[in-house]
Design a protein around this ligand. Sequence first.
Ligand SMILES: Cc1cc2nc3c(=O)[nH]c(=O)nc-3n(C[C@H](O)[C@H](O)[C@H](O)COP(=O)(O)OP(=O)(O)OC[C@H]3O[C@@H](n4cnc5c(N)ncnc54)[C@H](O)[C@@H]3O)c2cc1C
Length: 438
Amino acid sequence: MIGGGPGGSVCAAQLARLGRSVVVLERAAFPRFHLGESLLPRSLPVLEEIGVLDAVKARFILKYGARFHDDIHGRKDRFSFDAAWKPAVEHAFQVPRDAFDALLLDHARACGADVRERWSAERVVTDERGRAVGVDAIAADGAARRIDARFVVDASGRDVLTARAAGTTSKIAGLDQTALYAHYEGVPRQGGRLEGDIDIVLFASGAARAAEAAGDAATADSELTRAGERPNWFWFIPFADGRTSVGAVVSRAWMRERRARLGGAGDVATALFEVAVSESPTAAELLAGARCLWPSVEATADFSYRVRETSGDGWLAVGDAGGFIDPLFSTGAHLAMIGGKLAADAIASALDAPDDERQIVGAWEEAVRAGAETFILAVQAFYAGPLVGYLFAEDKHSALRRSITSLLAGDVFGDAVWLRDTRLRLKAMLASAGAHEA
Ligand SMILES: Cc1cc2nc3c(=O)[nH]c(=O)nc-3n(C[C@H](O)[C@H](O)[C@H](O)COP(=O)(O)OP(=O)(O)OC[C@H]3O[C@@H](n4cnc5c(N)ncnc54)[C@H](O)[C@@H]3O)c2cc1C
């Protein structure tokens, strides 16, 4: 296993529980910071199956829903997970990833995996037929080592070890966002069951908002189109210890225009984050009495990509190593954990029936890709515009609203009728906006 994030840890824990011998190579020493702090309800059955759910429940705040605020048109709405098509799991968790990932990796260890921190995988070793047969690594003591394996899992996250070596990554059309983020204390929260909600705040430039406030929707929309900036958004993710993770996700056009206005000197990420806050009345209100806990705001850009092949002879790639989608729906850790668990089951079956490996691993790849592609459609329909309207639709009981709630809960695996219908509707939304799924 290359990497001990959620994808690698869940896969390793499940393989060990199935009686397989697993070595996990993790380059970092845990705990370490990571983005991806808002989880989805449909991950919980996996956490339960590998035996770590109670430990997670004891440490992290429960997330029962997602609140959306639209600072452009002055609307807000909340999606409660208990209104999904299959509401069996009605909450998720908000997790500082240093603590969550350490808990999962320790759990993989407790299940029997041989976890080696500060070991860096350098490349996958193949035999003369091209089958993966192990990994060349640099051990914690700096020595070069080779680990032999009957199967190799790439769970290296956005390092995408195997796809980078093969040149099989590609950008996703319409997704070129940058995230500016930091941790805060003193951000006000709702009470009771709503305390752990994620807040998603859509915002745009002052000019667009002024036009909207004057009742000039056409000018507001053309301002947004001109700036190529629809829609930018903030996340507010509350943690159990009172801290809140805050991030602004903005388009490339927004970055270009605001950066040119600011000039290049000083702490550009923090200055750009402050500009974003000044453009969002809701973010400004939430941060008015808050204090940033970091020396400066961090930035990461252009994070969405697809990977053409996520499996081959003797190997597969889980989580971000197999592709990454814009974080709007908080999907990354969910896809990594579901994909990791299903991968472990597939690998265990393939090791028992080597002649069927291609077919077993191929079925795994197809199932995981179908789930990810549904999220990609939803994210593209959001950035192209049409899905935004449906998020704030008046009819609170429509089938589409239940479908959106189910997507927000992470229910994208399988072949339910509502899921097929939702994919078609998202495709229709994209077509209506003149955008293309790609
Ligand atoms: C701006 C932003 C916001 C996000 N917000 C959310 C969110 O709210 N919710 C959510 O679910 N997801 C979110 N994500 C996505 C989330 O961060 C990832 O999808 C998730 O961490 C994927 O898990 P993983 O196990 O595949 O990879 P990772 O968590 O990245 O773990 C990979 C591990 O592999 C190790 N590694 C890498 N290379 C090597 C090597 N060569 N040898 C050994 N070890 C190696 C790394 O040290 C790392 O620990 C966000 C992402 C971004 C960019």
